[in-house]
Design a protein around this ligand. Structure first.
Ligand code: APR
Length: 262
């Protein structure tokens, strides 16, 4: 039985049109909690229906806003890991050799970009984007103007009100993330599908594959004839059908794999 790293290296060395699909596990080694990992996952500690829906925001705007300010500051305080950097290098290498690599992520952090990746497709929006919940206009807002408590933790006793919309004045700003029950950004999702339909390799990193429609994307690549590599320390539903499943972490496996082609 060939070593999965060797099998994956063989696929990577010949791939010309790659799509990387990443989830929260991609940023775990940077210190950003995932959603569903036991004990540490955000949804193990907080209730998604109280923090990640429009209804929750309208019912408790300060609670939801403060929670996203906490997540923004957390991400701001960490650095991309070796996995993010390896993907950035691989993308540059393929761009120089008439190939292409598209990063499509469920993550709302900017660690792929800080790791050197260009034109990242954020399927679930971004912590760095803001818009008015009423007039829907995009708004420039700097979360550095909102200080968390000294321990930089989310503190229900120390809530901050959402910033007001400069245009309609009645509206509050909301984070530009996709909340449960909301549609994915249309152009971003359509572009991801397009890239998958012409891919020869799909690399799925750090996703439980439990949230649709993102969880169905690898199969669009498969239907177009692409090979699938999955990197995740814990097997998922995809692990059975992937061409290669690597039971490892993003920051350990990716530098090893990418160093083969660089
Ligand atoms: N490297 C690679 N994978 C990892 C690592 C790591 N260091 N650490 C954990 N993982 C894996 C876990 O085994 C798990 O399968 O990452 C996965 C994280 O799964 P989730 O927490 O469910 O995150 P994700 O799949 O991105 O969630 C999808 O759900 O809550 C919504 O909008 C949110 O985008 C999110 C979506």
């Amino acid at each position: 039985m060939t070593d999965p790293i060797q099998q994956a290296s063989n696929l990577i060395s010949t791939a010309r049109s790659v799509v990387v699909l990443s989830g929260a596990g991609m940023s775990a080694e940077s210190g950003v909690p995932t959603f569903r990992d036991a004990q540490t996952g955000l949804w193990e500690r907080f209730a998604p229906e109280q923090l990640a829906t429009e209804r929750a925001f309208r019912a408790h705007p300060a609670m939801v806003w403060t929670w996203y300010m906490w997540r923004w500051h957390l991400v701001h305080g960490v650095a991309p890991n070796a996995g993010h950097t390896a993907i950035g290098q691989w993308q540059q290498h393929l761009a120089k050799t008439q190939g292409s690599l598209t990063v499509t992520t469920q993550n709302v952090d900017d660690l792929h970009e800080r790791g050197g990746a260009q034109d990242v497709l954020h399927l679930h929006g971004s912590l760095h984007a803001f818009r008015c919940i009423d007039c829907d206009r995009d708004a420039a807002f700097n979360p550095m103007t909102m200080e968390l408590g000294p321990d930089q933790e989310f503190d229900e006793a120390n809530l901050m009100s959402p910033a007001a919309c400069d245009y309609c004045a009645s509206g509050m700003l909301r984070p530009g993330v996709v909340w449960f029950g909301e549609a994915l950004p249309h152009f971003t999702f359509e572009t991801a599908i397009e890239k998958l339909q012409s891919a020869d390799l799909v690399v799925v990193i750090g996703s439980s594959g439990l949230v649709q429609p993102a969880a169905s994307l690898p199969m669009i690549g498969r239907d177009a004839g692409a090979a699938i590599i999955e990197i995740n320390p814990r097997a998922t539903e995809l692990s059975q059908t992937a061409d290669v499943y690597i039971a490892s972490t993003a920051a350990v496996a990716l530098p090893k794999l990418v160093s083969e082609v660089l």
